[in-house]
Design a binder for this molecule. Structure first.
Ligand SMILES: *Cc1c(COP(=O)(O)O)cnc(C)c1O
Length: 675
């Protein structure tokens, strides 16, 4: 891990020598056989490949990573872990106030590394896991957010109240501080960044991919600089936003050099990372070489929402970065020569060899939005890491039918073979039984609220953003009450965080809390709960256990969406608008599609939420689904021939495609071109 080392010699000695305070703190967790309980060879192999000049390597830059080590590939720690890294208690806001007052959800779990905000980070985490599964020489670059994203509290009559998060990276299993420090020259003097590493292992633990995390919390930095890596997406001042992006792009490129890695492709995950291009340019002695280097950069865009594209005034950037960076930014990132702003999406599109949207529909939309770049915009549909998101009961089910399905762990694509089992009565019964196990598990975790496993249950959980329409199901609450009276009871579980400075998102949470209040007098027929602090643990719990996963973004603003993919691998039926990944499953009978459909070149506006029309469509769809559900499970007796079970099996069949193993293979061929 020394910059001077050019040959690919990397053994345990190099590994331990690179760790800050190795003998004082890490000596028992990192040994010549074991890395926090996993085989150390996987680490040494990965390092050798990244250092070698013959293996083709990819560096992937992302502001956030959702790695979910509490639910997948959990490392061991010989020392005690700080209590701050244990899962905290979760409160619930439901239409049964007494229950909320008396009880909390208590889970004895390790906190996931709190360096993600939502779907973008989870996708980055799933990508690095699948890269490891496929043995790709791959290194992730991110930031060690010392105070995470934020802790969410719901206060009655106040809505969401954000609180600062605390955690301890020094006792987080798998995380090691390196001796390497890189420095960025800024307008306010040198900014020092410590490098940390976290190795992400493959499912069979034979290979790994390092994730490098940058940290400004060092004594040699000014107190102001020390806080730069505190909170993910801090946005109360443009100064923070520009600094955080400079840190990722510029600091990231310097980190790769400091480690001596030989990189063939730099992948910018979102415009956040576009400053990497500036650093590449500034570092070149012969600026004429930049054209060749541009060929090594690729870019993924994740949103058609206008506010999702970073734009900064040149004058604001000039308060942070020195002139050579500003000159490069003006040259690379202006939408027009007269513009006084640098647009990070344009900067990436202008200078990267290739760009991609994250679903086919998003590809269309992105080409309308950026017609000048249409020829370099491809579409690679997102996925989820199957091993992380599949439940235990469904893993067992797939293993039990191994003869037909094959090695689905090695090749998640094999799940397509469940179609050969769709008329097998035992498989149908077993599929439903596996689902009921997951549903009972959920009910057990929130047992004080006394949900039932034979009641129609809907889940909605994701980042709270306007276009996702989190309160759509409550828009015409009278109709929902009528459905419950006419057809059967309903259970609704929600969760999600709004960005602390997003007033519209916070208003949606207020709205949800008010509606939950309104349903207080109907709690025998409708139970509604919203869980605090949505995270990857609850993401997995909810997506695999409810009967119906609700996804109702306003088309075409959901670029892909991934939570539904976590649901389908667990046979959870979809109720969704036609947007994002769902467009590619429209003919597969994976549930119900409802509401407004977008077509044509006019994207429309995300402030026109079409709540009246889509709420009517949702009620009609709910009615059909509830009737079918209560026919399928009548007085606890399963009708094994029900079309509901067909839908469940179709869901699993389609999950053969919507996974990051397939996605990373596509990246390898179309974007990275390393084979
Ligand atoms: C999967 C996941 C998301 C993404 O959900 P979408 O429906 O794609 O918006 C967000 N947050 C967490 C914690 C997740 O696990």
């Amino acid at each position: 891990m020394n910059a001077k080392k050019s040959s690919a010699i990397f053994g345990f000695e190099e590994l331990s020598a690179a760790i800050e305070n190795y003998s004082g703190k890490y000596g028992e967790d990192v040994t010549d056989t074991s890395y926090f309980g996993f085989p150390v060879d996987a680490v040494l192999n990965a390092e050798k490949k990244l250092l070698s000049s013959t293996d083709k390597s990819v560096a992937y830059f992302s502001m956030e990573y959702g790695l979910a080590p509490s639910i997948y590939n959990t490392f061991q720690l010989t020392r005690p872990m700080s209590e701050k890294n244990q899962f905290f208690r979760h409160e619930v806001f439901s239409n049964n106030w007494m229950c909320d007052y008396l009880f909390k959800i208590e889970i004895d779990k390790m906190l996931d590394i709190p360096i993600y905000g939502g779907g973008l980070g989870v996708l980055a985490g799933d990508t690095i896991k699948s890269a490891a599964d496929l043995g790709v020489s791959f290194v992730g670059i991110g930031i060690l957010w010392n105070k995470g994203y934020f802790k969410q509290n719901f206060w009655y009559k106040h809505g969401q109240v954000p609180e600062e998060m605390q955690w301890d990276p020094y006792s987080y299993p798998g995380l090691i501080p390196l001796k390497n420090i890189v420095t960025i020259d800024t307008k306010e003097g040198p900014l020092a960044l410590r490098l940390w590493k976290y190795y992400v292992y493959s499912y069979d633990k034979k290979f790994s991919c390092p994730l490098i995390l940058l940290d400004s919390n060092l004594p040699q930095n000014s107190p102001h600089f020390q806080k730069l890596t505190d909170q993910l997406y801090r946005s109360d001042d443009v100064w923070w936003k520009i600094f955080q992006r400079s840190l990722l792009g510029i600091g990231g490129m310097k980190a790769l050099r400091s480690l001596g890695y030989n990189i063939d492709c730099y992948h910018l995950n979102e415009g956040h990372a576009a400053c990497a291009l500036l650093e590449q340019y500034v570092s070149l002695e012969d600026k004429g070489q930049m054209e060749d280097f541009k060929n090594k950069f690729v870019f993924t865009c994740h949103t058609p929402v206008e506010a999702g594209h970073d734009k900064f005034n040149v004058s604001d950037m000039a308060k942070v970065l020195n002139k050579e960076y500003i000159d490069a930014a003006e040259m690379f990132g202006k939408a027009t020569p007269e513009s006084t702003q640098v647009n990070f999406t344009i900067m990436a599109l202008n200078n990267c060899r290739h760009a991609n949207a994250v679903a086919q529909k998003h590809g269309e939309v992105m080409r309308y939005q950026f017609p000048k770049y249409a020829s370099k915009i491809d579409a690679i549909t997102n996925g989820i890491h199957s091993h992380t998101w599949v439940s235990e009961s469904f893993s067992k089910l797939f293993d039990q039918y191994h003869n037909v399905i094959g090695d689905w762990r090695k090749e998640p694509e094999a799940l397509v073979k469940v179609k050969n089992l769709i008329r097998d009565e035992n498989f149908r019964r077993d599929t439903f039984a596996a689902h009921q196990i997951n549903k009972k598990n959920l009910i057990d975790i929130i047992r004080h609220w006394q949900l039932r496993d034979d009641v129609f249950t809907i889940g909605w959980a994701r980042r709270i953003a306007g276009y996702k329409r989190p309160a759509l199901i409550f828009h015409d609450i009278r109709k929902i009450i009528e459905l419950a009276q006419d057809i059967g009871p309903i259970q609704i579980i929600l969760a999600g965080k709004a960005h602390p400075n997003d007033n519209i998102g916070a208003a949606h949470i207020d709205d949800i809390l008010d509606h939950i209040d309104e349903l207080n007098s109907h709690k025998d027929l409708i139970k509604v709960l919203i869980l605090e602090n949505y995270d990857t643990f609850f993401g997995k719990l909810l997506t695999n256990s409810v009967d119906v996963w609700l996804n109702n973004p306003l088309p075409p603003f959901e670029a892909s969406g991934t939570s539904g993919m976590k649901a389908i691998i667990n046979g959870v039926v979809q109720m969704t608008t036609l947007d994002g990944w769902v467009v590619e499953a429209v003919n597969d009978d994976i549930g119900w599609i409802f509401g407004y459909q977008h077509s044509g070149e006019n994207i429309g506006t995300e402030s026109d939420l079409r709540l009246d029309e889509d709420s009517k469509a949702l009620v009609q769809t709910l009615k059909a689904a509830m009737i079918l559900y209560y026919e399928t499970l009548k007085a606890g007796n399963l009708n094994v021939n029900s079309p509901w079970i067909d839908k469940m099996i179709h869901c699993v069949e389609r999950s053969a495609f919507f996974n990051t193993q397939r996605m990373v293979k596509e990246y390898r061929e179309k974007m990275w071109q390393i084979r």
